[in-house]
Design a protein around this ligand. Structure first.
Ligand code: ZN
Length: 209
């Protein structure tokens, strides 16, 4: 498995592309369908994992669904965000071209495992429900390889915004505390900005305001 970070869209979202020998898997295809597709090296996109429903993480989803009919994984509590212009684009996302129907095929719950790829290269991602930025925000955790896709819950040096509709400050604090229990060496791949580690963000385990 090969992991690649690709920057997309006006909010410079990190889309992560996992390529296996026979397939590609995307996390948060936030824009730039053609650019992302090029990084898939001609492999079919079988799965798309969403960390939450904001448009800067989903805007290329429709194009990938049209082309590949992948399984689309997300938490049920963010389903409303996919097609609600106020919920999905709270920061006045500039491009009206995204007004199209988006949908998920599989709803994940806390603790559930998603199996990606086959045979020796199979990868198991555990779902960690981390509400706060949105009620259905999730992180995807690979215990074996020691990395975490943290969406907009945890960035290098900061937590995700909680000034949006349905955001909750108390929830995100609780979610970050939960993440602080992961091994310190765990690599954190956030939805925006640079990667970090759990140990590099000691404040997430503290009581802070
Ligand atoms: Zn967001």
């Amino acid at each position: 498995m090969n992991l690649r970070r690709v920057l997309v869209g006006d909010f410079v979202t990190n889309c992560y592309i996992l390529t296996f020998s026979d397939r590609a898997v995307l996390i948060d295809p936030g824009d730039a369908f053609e650019k992302l597709e090029r990084f898939c090296n001609g492999l079919p996109v079988t799965d798309i994992l969403l960390t939450h429903g904001h448009l800067d993480h989903t805007a290329a989803l429709g194009d990938f669904c049209d082309r590949y009919s992948p399984r689309v994984w997300m938490h049920k509590q963010d389903e409303d965000y996919l097609n609600d212009d106020i919920l999905r684009a709270p920061a006045s996302y500039p491009d009206p071209a995204w007004r199209r129907d988006l949908f998920a095929t599989d709803f994940v719950n806390d603790g559930e495992e998603i199996l990606l790829g086959q045979g020796e290269e199979a990868l198991k991602l555990q779902v960690i429900h981390t509400p706060g930025h949105t009620p259905g925000s999730v992180c995807y955790y690979d215990e074996g390889n020691g990395f975490l896709f943290s969406g907009d819950t945890l960035f290098k040096g900061a937590e995700g915004r909680t000034d949006f509709p349905r955001s909750d400050w108390t929830d995100i604090k609780r979610s970050l505390k939960k993440l602080s229990l992961l091994p310190a060496r765990t690599a954190v791949y956030p939805g925006h900005g640079f990667q970090t580690t759990i140990g590099g963000e000691p404040w997430i385990g503290e009581d802070w305001n």
